[in-house]
Design a protein around this ligand. Structure first.
Ligand code: SRM
Ligand code: SF4
Length: 567
């Protein structure tokens, strides 16, 4: 669909209503009308079809097996045990018996059919969770560092993120009318959208809050990022980061991943004004002609960083202070129990690509249901698709541990290599309409095949960061990994190398369009060199750069590296 038509659909939609009600009521097809397929994204859902079944359905002259993905808006990925139980029931009743934790701390349901879409939306809302603005050209789910170690400051950061998420919601009542039967009132369809205006943003927009030294949210991959600066354990304010993003298109040099730029420091009371200024700057300066060039990162590169920063200061009335020192150590999760400063405990569990289901090997869905039945704290999803059972009193640890073991939720601990525990993969096939190759389903096989190579070179415990995406859109943030596979065609990937495992350096294309045998062979050779030549605690990506195996591509450094700014 051309960019122009998306802009038209938005402006003619009566504030995101379109003909969704008619589309939903049409009994003849499992699909929505085309324009409604665009609009339903703003309500947190995508029309998809099961790609595993495509050929067979075509042979039988049936329409594709249309089904819907639904994504929650869960800022910071926090849900209560009571909410967990409801989401679990929805997954079982309406979806494909699985919950999928996303790389943006949300849940996705897959496989909901049109006829049950409304009931599913109502059930989600009955759990006091909504899906409004989870997709579409608006601000998406807001990320927050997942592990509340510095409990007080972390709670403050979470509260600011939740406040910003609410602040950036669209004003339209369309969501409540369509899904929750709210009555239409005068002015319905013409609501003021003071932040977005009638055509919303040129493209999706993403916000993340990091709490150093952990960059688990990959703050530099967000359009707008906040790095919490704590002084004596208290939140002093945030470094402002703008212009990160991952998405690219194969063979199109006009598109590229980009790390965000640290442009200054703000105090918490300035946060909403500054964020609003950033969003409206993108609304007004962003490219509405070419959807592929419409993200904020391109607005910055087209207009210049100084112009954009000047615009943010002018619109907000805030003069940015010089950025304060910060230090990130890694962008992954740390598994097992940790104690927060308030004496409560947090258990991070590894999940394969965030998928929670009962399988022949393990009963993760059942296990987490049983944990939710006894747990009194909260659940926190991480931006690496893992799960924290958070806020557990010391006296309850044993009970939780027993359930974890009984249901194989400790499988991550038993994995052979550190690489397996840190790896991330996007959804890809069979649900993602854009996938060119497998990702989530391929992750266990591929990392299993790497295991003997790593063991052979004594790299079992080397914390090498691997990320797989089924296409160059980069939903697993592959361009920040030390090793990335980016899907090209079934069974074929671009091999990218040289991220820094802190989320501060993009990797580089190393081999294009190769198959598994070539990937394994290439990595085998590089693992051998790394094992023999690495210095001290040198990471794999850092080694590849020092030894000249990879170099940064020729485009400007400020798009590829975030310089250190240590306190
Ligand atoms: Fe994504 C589109 C899944 C995080 C960049 N993404 C999609 C769609 C909706 C495919 C589509 O448009 O038809 C995928 C649905 C697959 C499915 O069947 O469920 C999809 N994206 C995901 C999730 C579920 C991946 C995962 O394995 O966890 C993540 C959901 C996040 C959430 O809860 O909101 C997800 N997507 C990301 C990220 C990572 C992040 O935000 O930290 C990125 C890269 C960062 C960025 O935006 O630059 C990302 N997704 C994209 C893009 C490329 C955007 C661009 O600027 O070019 C697309 C395609 C598009 O927008 O045209 C896309
Ligand atoms: Fe789909 Fe591509 Fe995103 Fe993977 S990276 S979920 S294949 S859009």
């Amino acid at each position: 669909m051309s960019h122009h038509s998306v802009e038209d659909i938005k402006s003619e939609s009566h504030r995101l209503r379109g003909s969704l009600l008619d589309s939903l009521a049409d009994p003849v097809t499992g699909a929505l009308r085309e324009s409604d397929q665009t609009l339903i994204k703003y309500h947190g859902s995508y029309q998809q079809d099961d790609r595993d079944l495509r050929d067979e359905r075509r042979r039988q002259k049936l329409e594709p097996a249309y089904q819907f993905m639904i994504r929650t808006r869960t800022p910071g990925g926090v849900v209560t045990p009571a909410q967990w139980l409801k989401l679990d029931a929805i997954a079982t009743r309406y979806a494909n018996h699985s919950l999928r934790i996303t790389t943006r701390q949300a849940f996705q349901f897959h496989g909901v059919i049109k006829r049950e879409l409304k009931a599913t939306m109502q059930a989600i809302n009955a759990a006091l969770i909504d899906t409004l603005a989870a997709c579409g050209d608006v601000n998406r789910n807001v990320l927050v560092a997942a592990n509340p170690l510095e409990s007080r400051a972390h709670a403050d950061v979470q509260a600011w993120a939740a406040k910003l998420s609410e602040h950036l919601l669209p004003n339209t009542r369309a969501y409540y009318e369509i899904w929750l039967d709210e009555e239409r009132v005068a002015g319905s369809g013409e609501e003021e959208e003071p932040i977005y205006g009638a055509t919303y943003l040129p493209r999706k927009f993403k916000v993340g809050f990091a709490v150093p030294p952990v960059n688990d949210v990959d703050v530099f991959a967000n359009d707008l990022g906040f790095i919490a600066i704590l002084e004596d354990g208290v939140l002093a304010g945030f470094n402002l980061v703008i212009g990160g993003g991952m998405g690219a298109t194969h063979g199109d040099a006009e598109t590229y991943p980009r790390v965000g730029n640290v442009v200054g420091f703000i105090t918490p009371d300035q946060l909403l004004e500054v964020a609003t200024a950033v969003v409206t700057t993108q609304r007004d300066l962003g490219n509405r002609e070419q959807r592929k060039r419409a993200r904020f990162k391109y607005t910055i590169d087209d207009h210049g960083l100084d112009t954009v920063v000047g615009e943010i200061e002018r619109r907000s009335g805030v003069t940015l202070q010089p950025a304060r020192g910060f230090r990130f150590e890694h962008n992954g999760d740390r598994y097992g129990w940790v104690e927060g400063e308030d004496g409560r405990w947090h258990l991070t569990l590894h999940l394969f690509a965030g998928r929670i289901a009962d399988t022949a090997h393990a009963t993760h869905l059942t296990g987490l249901r049983e944990i939710a039945n006894v747990h009194r704290g909260e659940f926190r999803m991480t931006a690496n698709q893992n799960l924290v059972i958070a806020g557990v009193p010391a006296s309850e640890r044993e009970r939780i541990d027993a359930l974890v073991k009984a249901h194989g939720l400790d499988a991550g601990e038993r994995l052979g290599t550190a690489l397996q525990r840190a790896a991330v993969a996007c959804v890809a096939l069979p649900t993602c309409g854009l996938a060119m190759a497998e990702a989530e389903r391929y992750l266990p096989d591929f990392t299993g095949r790497l295991q003997p190579l790593l063991e052979k070179h004594g790299l079992r415990d080397a914390p090498i960061l691997l990320r797989i995406s089924g296409c160059p859109n980069g939903c697993s943030r592959p361009y920040l990994a030390e090793i990335a596979l980016v899907g090209k065609a079934p069974g074929r990937y671009n091999l990218m190398l040289g991220g820094d495992a802190r989320g501060q350096r993009l990797n580089t294309l190393y081999r294009e369009n190769i198959d598994e045998a070539a990937i394994l062979d290439t990595l085998d050779g590089l693992f051998a060199r790394y094992a023999g030549e690495r210095e001290g605690g040198e990471g794999f990506g850092d080694f590849l750069h020092r030894s000249g195996v990879v170099a940064l591509p020729s485009y400007p450094t400020h798009r590829q590296i975030v310089p250190d700014l240590y306190a």
